[in-house]
Write a protein that binds this ligand. Structure first.
Ligand code: ATP
Ligand code: SF4
Ligand code: MG
Length: 325
């Protein structure tokens, strides 16, 4: 049974900006779902929509079900209880969002004291446990953010997200600001916690190689829609959408000799949501587009074996979806 289910989720920001358009997604306990896509594709908008953190002026359509309960039908009190205690977010750019003049111990204890009726000593004990869970000694609770490295601060953000034992964690670009070694450690840590605690984790990144390393399934977004979804390995090794193929090709993999000589870029940028191309929104950049791609609405179609793609050519055998490279 899914812990989180998005059914036809759409978000339109003020000024008629359709940032998310009809997204269906689900994630089960113990599962890691990745969401990939270039800047502006709607990834963070989905994150905010799940916890009802969007600006009031944004129009939300469809449903967000957390353990079967409609998040948009919750009272404000129920919503407050749900945030942190049932679902929490490691925000994009979180490295800068710790309070510089408060110890990290105090910052992690705050949601515990707010949500769980426990004594200060019990909260402090839990802070120590959380720090150890993310690989930091409990004594670091006394440190201020500036006394920690970037990777250590990111661990603190993960400890914060876990503070009230949520069952769903959404990590929005949790490793973008980190160097490759620390990035690998943080990703190992997150996937280890999923196994240990049976969490459902949604990991958001523009980097498919990051998602390939930790996710069970990956959904690729373009212009506010999911254009491909399937087991992480398949999305990487056998993309069924030219956009996923381009993303997979854009990041080098260790030992990939070919990449050294022919890195495959994707020309241009994704469209702004209020200025979407007709037909398949990817057609102006697609290396294998046909004339009819500009005229035909394309929606996500089931390809079997847990895979789906929104490409008219997804089922063509022997088609190099990266185009000539
Ligand atoms: N408050 C807002 N008002 C109007 N438009 C917005 C607002 N927030 C985001 N957008 C627009 O919605 C689109 C999706 O933004 P979002 O932040 O979800 O993208 P993203 O995929 O997370 O990108 P990134 O990888 O850069 O974080 C963008 O075109 C952005 O300009
Ligand atoms: S539908 Fe056409 S334009 Fe869109 S991804 Fe497929 S081939 Fe490219
Ligand atoms: Mg974002």
């Amino acid at each position: 049974m899914s812990l989180l289910e998005l059914k036809g989720l759409s978000v339109t920001y003020a000024g008629n900006v359709p940032a998310v358009r009809g997204v269906d997604l689900s994630v089960a306990p113990g599962e890691v779902l990745g969401i990939a896509g270039e800047s502006g594709c709607g990834k963070s908008t989905i994150t905010s929509a799940v916890l009802r953190l969007l600006p009031k002026s944004a129009k939300v359509g469809g449903q967000v079900l957390l353990d079967g309960e409609d998040v948009y039908g919750m009272s404000f009190g129920r919503l407050r209880a749900m945030r942190w205690a049932e679902a929490s977010i490691v925000f994009q750019g979180a490295l800068h969002s710790l309070n510089a003049v408060q110890t990290i111990g105090k910052q992690i204890a705050e949601p515990i004291l707010l949500h769980e009726k426990v004594s200060r000593q019990a909260a402090e004990r839990r802070v120590g446990e959380l720090l150890e869970q993310v690989g930091l000694p409990a004594r670091r609770a006394k440190d201020y953010p500036h006394q920690l490295s970037g990777g250590q601060r990111q661990r603190v953000m993960i400890a914060l997200a876990l503070a009230c034992r949520p069952r769903l964690v959404i990590a929005d670009e949790p490793t973008t600001a980190l160097d490759v070694m620390v990035q690998a450690q943080v990703l190992d840590l997150l996937s280890g916690l999923v196994r240990e605690l049976g969490l459902a984790l949604i990991m958001i990144s523009h980097d498919l190689s990051v998602l390939g390393a930790v996710c069970d399934r990956v959904a690729v977004m373009y212009a506010g829609q999911i254009v491909e979804e399937g087991p992480a390995k398949d999305i990487f090794d056998d993309s069924r959408h030219p956009y996923s193929a381009a993303l997979a090709g854009a990041f080098p993999r260790v030992g990939d000799e070919l990449f050294r000589y022919a890195p495959r870029g994707l020309p241009g940028d994704p469209p702004y949501p209020s200025d979407l191309p007709s037909g398949c929104a990817f057609h102006p950049r697609c290396p294998v587009a046909l004339d009819r791609c500009a005229e035909t609405e394309v929606s996500l179609a089931d390809l079997g074996e847990g895979r789906s793609s929104a490409c008219l050519r997804a089922c063509e055998e022997d088609l190099d979806l990266r185009g000539a490279s």
